[in-house]
Design a protein around this ligand. Sequence first.
Ligand code: AMP
Ligand code: GLY
Length: 441
Amino acid sequence: MKVLVVGGGGREHAIVEALHRSQADVYAAMSNQNPGIRRRSKDVVLGDVTDVERIVSWGKGHGIELAVIGPEAPLEKGITDALEAAAIPTVGPSREAAQLETNKEFTRTLMREHQIPGVPPFWAFDNLAGFEEFVNDSDFEFVIKPLGLTGGKGVRVWGDHFSSKAEALAYGREILDKKIGGVARFLIEEKLVGEEFSLQAFCDGRALVPMPLAQDHKRAYEGDKGPNTGGMGSYSDADHRLPFLTKEDFDHALETMTKTVEAMAARGTPFKGILYGGFMATKDGPMLLEYNVRFADPESMNVLPILETDFLEVCSRLTAGNLPSGVSFARKATVCKYIVPMGYGSHPKAGEQLKVDEESIRRTGAKLNYASVDERGGHLYTTSSRSLAIVGIASNLADAESISEEALAFVSGSFYARRDIGKPEVIQRKVERMRKIREGH
Ligand code: AMP
Ligand code: GLY
């Protein structure tokens, strides 16, 4: 089957590998020359992935039979609506259903109206006077969120990014003035304390089939310090849970997502595609921080390599509205570490050469996913985004982490990676921290 994949990052390379295992003929649309994707593709078109018209006409010209959309930006532009109008079934929501990610107020309002559990107290403001009154009257810490897409960099958390009412007001004013996130309006949410986790699920408009849980690391530096990034790496455990979560946490998170999908169907805008909930495990149970309407990056690289059910069949059934009730994943732990340019998170150094000994990496058993690198004249260069990811896979987390480190040694050049991700003592600290939070310390 001829399958179009849109996007050129580590997530899309993992999608392409899964499709390759299903013997699909891959056609790729991406903005950078990702060597991993190019190698697996019958044909590639380079350019802006939000140029919907160009991609749809290229897909039609190649007789594409199914499409999988990696990033959120083309979904916001309505690429699914356009592909499906051209009779190409697409793994990805319509523009209307993509609002679960592209409009944070839409999601919060939907959750409140349908009494979906997992919503922190929230308020919306579109003028400074109203916000000023709120700030002066409030006696708790909060989070400031632009409504639309900001590449993961728009949210500011009290205590992390600002620490006074004056700074909160200044950021509120900046969002209104500059229309950060696309509109002069923003959300305020009560600040939640806990451990974050990611739940990704296949969704056919009605049914939701969960994938193994994973935990991302958004901060640039070890010990979860430094600026927020697109995600520095992630791990998942062999039992498809996370060491700091209970079975009830998982059940509650899944209930939040299932009810959201039911609410979307009830309002006549069914959600079809990959739904990814970013949750905070708190002492009061899991709370939804945000939805993404696509696979997570890096967490897609934890789940896709251990998918046992045929990926192409899952995608086809998803688009046909008849997902199987279960999708099977190997009982393996995974640790994914991103290699990024020096200075990533603030002033990334693009154009640095990286050398990758693919054969030695393969021998360690780790998977290699290329991301935003450029290949020129047979050499690899960094861009300003994440470069490539190494995924260790084993029967337990400690071994998966060791394999990721062993493989990392076969990449050379000027780069940075968070070596602490997935280390047993680091995970143990998270378990301890969560235990204390649950006990109310
Ligand atoms: P979002 O784009 O909504 O996922 O927010 C980005 C990051 O901000 C999340 O991954 C959290 O680390 C943090 N965050 C978002 N909402 C909250 C909240 N209500 N309380 C604490 N931290 C939050
Ligand atoms: N895991 C972060 C993201 O996919 O946005």
